[in-house]
Design a protein around this ligand. Structure first.
Ligand code: FES
Length: 142
């Protein structure tokens, strides 16, 4: 019984209490626009701030690296241009839209703004994709 518990308890705890990236979440200087190559996802701020910075055809936006299912940190897979959650397999598009469950909601958009040539991101200020599109301010145009 003890041997069975030794093998099953860690994985059960990992399932129930998923790991999250970016413990300290306050606004930070994310560098300049030139630091982000066209049509790529930067994973540079995942460990420290829990966000990805995505550069698309129009500009930059930031995604919160918390899976909307139970909060694990998905991984960026450049070969398929998808975010994949290692906990239960949810799949998200480059824009953060849920393509496969169990997650049904998209990844959250994080506040991003430009101050001169600098990019400032506030991981504590995030909204749903729909709210980000209607409010503006969650996409820096280039
Ligand atoms: S936490 Fe369950 S799929 Fe991401």
């Amino acid at each position: 019984m003890a041997i069975l518990a030794a093998f099953t308890v860690p994985s059960t705890l990992r399932f129930l209490m998923p790991r999250r990236a970016g413990a300290g979440r306050t606004e930070f200087d994310a560098g300049s626009v030139q630091d982000y190559a066209a049509t790529t996802v930067s994973t540079r701020w995942i460990r420290r701030h829990g966000v990805w910075v995505v550069r698309d055809h129009a500009g930059l936006f930031a995604l919160q690296a918390d899976c909307p299912h139970l909060g694990c940190t998905p991984r960026w897979e450049p070969q398929s241009s998808r975010f994949r959650c290692p906990c239960h397999g949810s799949l998200f598009s480059l824009e953060g839209i849920a393509l496969r469950g169990p997650a049904r909601e998209p990844l959250k958009r994080v506040s991003i703004r430009r101050q001169g040539e600098r990019i400032l991101i506030d991981p504590a200020d995030y909204v749903s994709l729909e709210d980000a599109e209607s409010r503006g301010g969650y996409h820096v145009m280039i």
